[in-house]
Design a protein around this ligand. Structure first.
Ligand code: ZN
Length: 391
């Protein structure tokens, strides 16, 4: 009797790794495209800025916006120092492609002020300020696994500090229950850095298994940036983790297919083992069987083996289908359609359709107003829950 083992091929679907992406021209199409490190500034800088900014702006109109979205045309000299400094950062960053900046402006006394600067549709800037010293949103560090049904928090050379746990809490808190369900039992792993040091986090999937890594660099960006509204700023590391949740969402159909395949694989291998055992029994006992019984048993074994072979063929076909689902699949296709010819929400999102999806999704959960402004159709797509219904 021939032994027939069926083994699944290994498949890795990791985030990133796309290499150099498309860089297209245009104005104001990306959310917060530039990371700005802010040095120690003295009071004199802010004093001089009040005099220089009107000249730098050169008649570009500035609208201040309150928490209710009411806008007022404001002369640059009348802006508060944090708003002036935010505009200064935007003007000197030289990034015409950035549509929106969420900055934690560093004042002379080292306090931070969350300020959003956006390009106004008709030209000029819209500036919206939070309170001086406004703290980033806090989460709860305890009971994450129990509260959200995720897998264990494990440490591989880096610690799940209270702050890292809080960021994870804020991330999971931002999700809808069906989205959390996708993360059920998924381990979250802390490491100092990834293979690619530019990554702040990583979604890693191998067949049915999936895990999310959080690296040190993600937590470092929280000093100078935030995400969301300046009245209730979220740490930008939340968006980094939400990006990985986005990968988990678009990979879900493929992962479910792999999980089913792993169960099928086990059942096929069980059948193979049983059939092999029956064959061995036959080989051993066939002398004691009557001619007719021997013929019957042999025919039965052969029929069974034929059936297993057909099952195996079907399994191979399904493996190919699962591979296709991991590569793309209907969920990413539906996103591609709704994105149309628009740019991704960030430069990083331009590297691939998967990264574009993850960037849009992370903005949808961390700063929905920003996504609605940049890509209203994609915002509506997530509102309709299409990222969960496509399979
Ligand atoms: Zn990614």
């Amino acid at each position: 009797m021939r032994k027939t083992w069926v083994l699944l091929g290994l498949l890795v679907a990791a985030c990133g790794g796309g290499g150099g992406g498309r860089r297209s021209g245009g104005h104001g199409k990306y959310y917060e495209a530039t990371v700005v490190r802010q040095g120690d500034l003295k009071a004199e800088h802010f004093k001089a800025l009040g005099q220089q900014l009107p000249g730098m702006l050169d008649d570009t109109p500035v609208l201040t916006e309150d928490a209710q979205g009411r806008q007022t045309l404001t002369p640059a000299a009348k802006l508060r120092p944090a708003a002036q400094q935010a505009l200064y950062i935007v003007l000197t960053s030289g990034d015409d492609n950035a549509q929106e900046f969420d900055l934690r402006v560093r004042m002379a006394d080292d306090r931070r002020v969350p300020v959003t600067v956006r390009r106004a549709p008709g030209g000029g800037f819209i500036v919206r300020e939070g309170a001086i010293g406004e703290r980033l949103a806090r989460g709860k560090g305890e009971g994450l696994q129990e509260r959200y049904g995720i897998g264990p928090l494990t440490e591989q050379g880096a610690e799940w500090t209270p702050r890292a746990r809080e960021v994870l809490d804020l991330t999971l808190d931002a999700l809808d229950p069906p989205e959390r369900k996708v993360l059920e039992g998924m381990p979250f792993i802390r490491r100092v850095r990834g293979d690619d040091p530019s990554h702040g986090a990583l979604y890693h999937q191998m067949n049915c298994q999936a895990e999310i890594f959080l690296y040190d660099s993600a937590l470092k960006s929280d000093t100078d940036q935030f995400v969301g509204e300046p009245e209730s700023p979220l740490p930008t590391s939340t968006r980094t983790l939400l990006h990985e949740v986005g990968h988990a969402l678009h990979q879900r159909p493929g992962r479910v297919a792999w999980c089913n395949l792993e169960r099928r694989l086990k059942s096929i291998n069980d059948r193979v083992a049983a059939s092999n055992a029956r064959g061995e029994r036959f080989n051993r006992d066939q002398e004691s069987l009557s001619g007719l019984d021997r013929k019957r048993e042999l025919a039965a074994i052969e029929a069974e083996q034929k059936d297993i072979a057909a099952d195996r063929k079907a399994f191979e076909r399904e493996t190919e289908e699962a591979r296709d689902l991991v590569q793309g699949g209907p969920l990413l296709e539906s996103y591609r359609k709704v994105l149309g010819k628009h740019s991704a929400v960030t430069r990083y999102g331009e590297t691939s359709l998967k990264e574009s999806f993850a960037e849009s999704y992370s903005l949808y959960r961390a700063d929905p107003a920003a996504l609605k402004r940049l890509l209203p159709d994609v915002f509506a797509y997530f509102e309709r829950g299409e990222h969960l219904s496509a399979r």
